[in-house]
Design a protein around this ligand. Structure first.
Ligand code: DQA
Length: 138
């Protein structure tokens, strides 16, 4: 089993931006914890972050992972390109958000990718990634 943790636009700023919403740990620190989680379970893992929509699409198309854990950031709310990339592959994708997007601004309540994802986990901070990874191990 191999999992890809895929992060979209602005997730590289985690730990520096809106700390009250996304926490103080950097994406590197969170990814180190996810790597340890996977190692304990004999799961291979891969990590990729990009601020470029097309790079996220290419990664979805080209990954050899068995499952993708995707926090698309703001792309979630408007990227039909990422939605189509997910729909074009058979690799299951679990959508993740650290914050509870339903408690926030109106525009965050709509996800254009949810319909093509296996499921969605949101609102548990960095643990949203862990819970999404767990879903592939059930
Ligand atoms: C986010 C929520 C999005 O609305 C936002 O644009 C992000 C992060 C989250 O993890 O809570 O960049 O995906």
């Amino acid at each position: 089993m191999k999992l890809l943790f895929l992060n979209g636009v602005n997730l590289n700023m985690t730990g520096q931006r809106e700390k009250g919403v996304y926490g103080t740990e950097t994406l590197e620190q969170i990814n180190a914890q996810l790597r340890a989680f996977c190692k304990e379970r004999n799961v291979e893992c891969d990590f990729f972050q990009s601020n470029l929509e097309g790079e996220i699409c290419t990664k979805i198309q080209e990954t050899d992972a068995d499952g993708i854990i995707l926090n698309a950031g703001a792309f979630t709310h408007y990227s039909y390109a990422i939605r189509d990339a997910i729909a074009s592959v058979t690799t299951p994708v679990v959508e993740v958000h650290m914050s509870n997007v339903h408690k926030r601004e109106e525009f965050r309540k709509n996800s254009v990718i949810s319909e093509v994802c296996r499921g969605t986990i949101l609102g548990f901070g960095k643990n949203s990634y862990i819970l999404a990874a767990e879903s592939f191990l059930l």
